[in-house]
Design a protein around this ligand. Sequence first.
Ligand SMILES: NC(=O)c1ccc[n+]([C@@H]2O[C@H](COP(=O)([O-])OP(=O)(O)OC[C@H]3O[C@@H](n4cnc5c(N)ncnc54)[C@H](OP(=O)(O)O)[C@@H]3O)[C@@H](O)[C@H]2O)c1
Length: 244
Amino acid sequence: MAVLILGATSPIARAVAEEYARAGRTLCMAARDLEEAERISADLEVRYNVEAVAMAFDACDFDGHGQFIDEVEKRVGPVDVALFAFGFMGDQEQSQDDFEQARKVIDVNYTGAASLSELLAKKMAERGRGTIIGISSVAGDRGRASNYFYGSAKGAWTLYLQGLRNRLADKGVHVMTVKLGFVDTRMTFGMETGIPIASPEQVGAAIVDAQEQGVDSFYYPRFWQGIMTVIKGIPERVFKHLSL
Ligand SMILES: NC(=O)c1ccc[n+]([C@@H]2O[C@H](COP(=O)([O-])OP(=O)(O)OC[C@H]3O[C@@H](n4cnc5c(N)ncnc54)[C@H](OP(=O)(O)O)[C@@H]3O)[C@@H](O)[C@H]2O)c1
């Protein structure tokens, strides 16, 4: 049974893949950039002596998703664990000026993720086993002026995963939601966070550990649960005047 990593060029995705490779799992490393996915796969094969296959996919190529998933299973066998690590933050102001940009943010983070997830969920439910791991964000917990396109797409993805978990709970399929705070990747490069930032390796280890324990949903770093409880508790009449 194989592990499918969607968004394989993300450092978080790579860290999760390394955890599974260390455990001897067969991997399919899927990314938009096939050459980079091939390099990452070759590195995993050499360092961990596992089979790692590279494949190309685009989260926004909805019509191609069915064929892509079939091809993945043809190459590596049934997918037992699927990690959804792709994402796109975009630029909030650009998204306000140009809806095409906003639509891309929505499509990558939500529509594309839901499209691929439905296909995998169907196959896993038929087999009566499997795990879908969806990486979401604390940005999806409350709408903020500074990133509400990304936040709303992640919020929709969080709710989608919750519903899917509910649907598949008695079908042997586990759906896990990972709500990430700041992680040191391209996405946060140059950001002044003022809050400690996690390494991709810490996130990778936490995700695989939680998956093995059958956790449904968790924040990482863990202190974000407390931060978001406070942020969600601020009354809207106050919150709307805060520049967050
Ligand atoms: N870093 C953080 O602080 C943070 C916080 C909360 C949540 N997250 C989430 O964590 C996940 C990983 O992000 P990251 O921080 O590792 O950032 P990243 O390095 O920018 O990784 C994002 C990944 O998404 C892929 N991607 C973007 N658009 C795509 C598309 N249309 N089709 C397929 N793949 C696409 C990128 O591929 P390319 O290499 O081709 O661009 C890249 O592999 C994302 O879901 C992100 O939203 C990150």
